[in-house]
Write a protein that binds this ligand. Structure first.
Ligand SMILES: C[S@@+](CC[C@H](N)C(=O)[O-])C[C@H]1O[C@@H](n2cnc3c(N)ncnc32)[C@H](O)[C@@H]1O
Length: 276
């Protein structure tokens, strides 16, 4: 799987290492019911030709491939060669020949498809240097009337622990800062309805999605797991020191020892838009 060396890999701020692949897989499971509901609302079903924009290792791509079936088509575009390799291997083991996975940087290249019926884009607009260019790329590959489903954060700072855990709060702020320092914008969904309107889309519906999870629910491991793995990434990026990491992990340990703890997830805005 590690075709490219760590230094040559086209990286992004959260990393592309094995633990991140696992985290994205778990995250996809936590979000799956919301995602399927959104796809249904956007008319994605058997026979649809759909693009997964910034597909990561392709957990949604595989679900889309099952949903659209062999009469449909799934185009997956992703900048990380490592993630594309993971996806290609998964398609091969499932015998999916109706998935095309492309390693490309959406800030440099167009999506290699036209006249698609739908596009799915989750947690990508928040990482790219030019979200308007991203919308233009998606617009160009859709047919008129084609739908775009976006899941992007609208208020990342809702990510918090009850009762308050100051080091976890500092972690959330530092994560947002590191993201902005790498050219992204965590709360990008605040800009999307207007940007969609100005770039040839009609917004059909919007819906905020947030969750609150208690210590005993499996979904706890989505917000908690991100804290656990991402502190190392912030250390690796040289943004924090070992003492800071230890304080965050101590707060997380205290939260996990308290059966009354609740994690509030960062607020996502679902947007379904149509190419005019
Ligand atoms: C948080 S992950 C989300 C992955 C997937 N959409 C999902 O929901 O599981 C963000 C993804 O966007 C990709 N990405 C960021 N900038 C990109 C760009 N300029 N071109 C293509 N992919 C990009 C990253 O490599 C990463 O896989």
């Amino acid at each position: 799987m590690n075709r490219m060396s760590a230094t040559k890999e086209r990286d992004y701020v959260l990393g592309t290492h094995d633990a991140e692949v696992q985290r994205l897989g778990f995250q996809h499971g936590v979000w799956q019911s919301h995602v399927r509901q959104a796809w249904l609302a956007a008319g994605i079903g058997p026979g649809t030709r759909v693009v997964d924009v910034g597909a990561g290792p392709g957990f949604a791509t595989l679900d889309l491939a099952e949903l659209v079936g062999p009469l449909g088509r799934v185009v997956a575009v992703e900048r990380s060669g490592r993630f594309v390799d993971v996806l290609k291997a998964a398609c091969q083991s499932r015998g999916f020949s109706h998935v095309d996975a492309h390693e490309l940087d959406l800030m440099q290249e167009a999506i290699p498809a036209t006249d698609l019926d739908a596009a799915w884009c989750r947690w990508v607009a928040c990482f790219v240097s030019d979200p308007l260019l991203l919308l233009k790329r998606v617009h160009a590959c859709l047919r008129p009337g084609g739908t775009l489903v976006l899941h992007e954060y609208v208020d990342y700072s809702t990510y918090s622990c009850l009762p308050d855990r100051p080091a976890i709060e500092a972690f959330v702020q530092e994560t947002m800062s590191s993201w902005r320092a790498s050219g992204g914008e965590p709360d990008i969904a605040r800009q999307l309805p207007t940007a969609l309107h100005q770039n040839g889309f009609r917004v059909m519906s919007t819906r905020p999605i947030g969750m609150a999870v208690t210590r005993n629910e499996p979904a706890w491991n989505w917000p908690a797991g991100f804290v656990r793995t991402h502190v190392d990434r912030l250390l690796e990026l040289g943004r924090v020191d070992a003492a800071w990491v230890a304080a965050v992990l101590a707060d997380l340990e205290a939260a996990e020892a308290d059966p009354n703890s609740v994690f509030i997830t960062p607020l996502v805005l679902q947007i379904i838009a149509e190419k005019v």
